[in-house]
Write a protein that binds this ligand. Sequence first.
Ligand SMILES: O=C(O)CCC(=O)C(=O)O
Ligand SMILES: [Fe+2]
Length: 322
Amino acid sequence: MATLDKLPIIDFGSFDKEPVKVAQQVLDACKSIGFFYMTNHGIPLDKVDNAFEMAKGYFDLPSEEKRKFLIKEDNYGYSELYSETLDPDNQRQGDHKEGFNFKNFIDGKAYAPLPAFFEEREEAVKAFSYACQETSARVLEAFAIALEIPEDQGGRNWFKDRHHYNRKSGQVLRFLKYPRGGEVSYKEPVRAGAHSDYGSLTLLFQKDVPGLEVQASRAAWIPAPLVDGAVLVNVGDLMEFWTNGLFKSTLHRVTFLPEHNHLDRYSIPFFVHPEDGVLLTPIPSSIVPPHTAAGSEDETKKKPIMTAGEHLRHRLKATYSF
Ligand SMILES: O=C(O)CCC(=O)C(=O)O
Ligand SMILES: [Fe+2]
């Protein structure tokens, strides 16, 4: 694979009229680098800006207020600075970031009591979460079209049918803050360790301050700068698994830039996951290479089929110090 020097930009404005054309671009991006910027993604800019405003207001709260909702194994709540280590084999300290994870608002209700700050803004958080869901559904549709899933097996709805918003899943809307400074005392150039995302796909909103890098080849990292009006989309591990390696779930990280000395960096990922009960079986797509291990004649080589929920619990255990 030739090394890309920048991430592709895909305009979804024509998706309704020319779905196959857009899906082809999505396929090219997912097969090569596993990342693309999505423009005309359908989420109004003021909703995105408002989400960043809410993140800022929340993280400004005193630490003891935020610690009342410390994250637990269910992956909901507040994670403190350095509490998560995305690349445990190579990091000397945890990630230089704090976060708050929301889970889906099933039937309009928050997963668990929200911190007062968010309770007062619950409608806005919910509206943003719904908007992210709608946008991710379009990407999932593009994936199914790109993979040519036959109509009689679910066609363009194959992934959407496994990602209902109102069912229990690992889906998370996350507010992140990388506080300014820190590097001098810790001498750590990495703010969030190199990792791939665990789910089907991620939408990532960045604002004002860059820092994300994507691994383009074994030796090369390329920046993922801010692109006006675009949301960054990346393939997650589950999609790589589902497509038996055709789609790439690529390592990415946040590194220290000089401006991080004096600027806080905020980002908002929306991690898209299937419903917990979905069995991770191969996709009915003739362009996906067959899963040889699963179909192996030799019983000992057959991997047990996990559910999406089991797979996520397994991955989270490795990165958090609960
Ligand atoms: O903050 C960012 O830009 C990236 C965050 C990220 O990759 C993650 O939380 O999985
Ligand atoms: Fe990530």
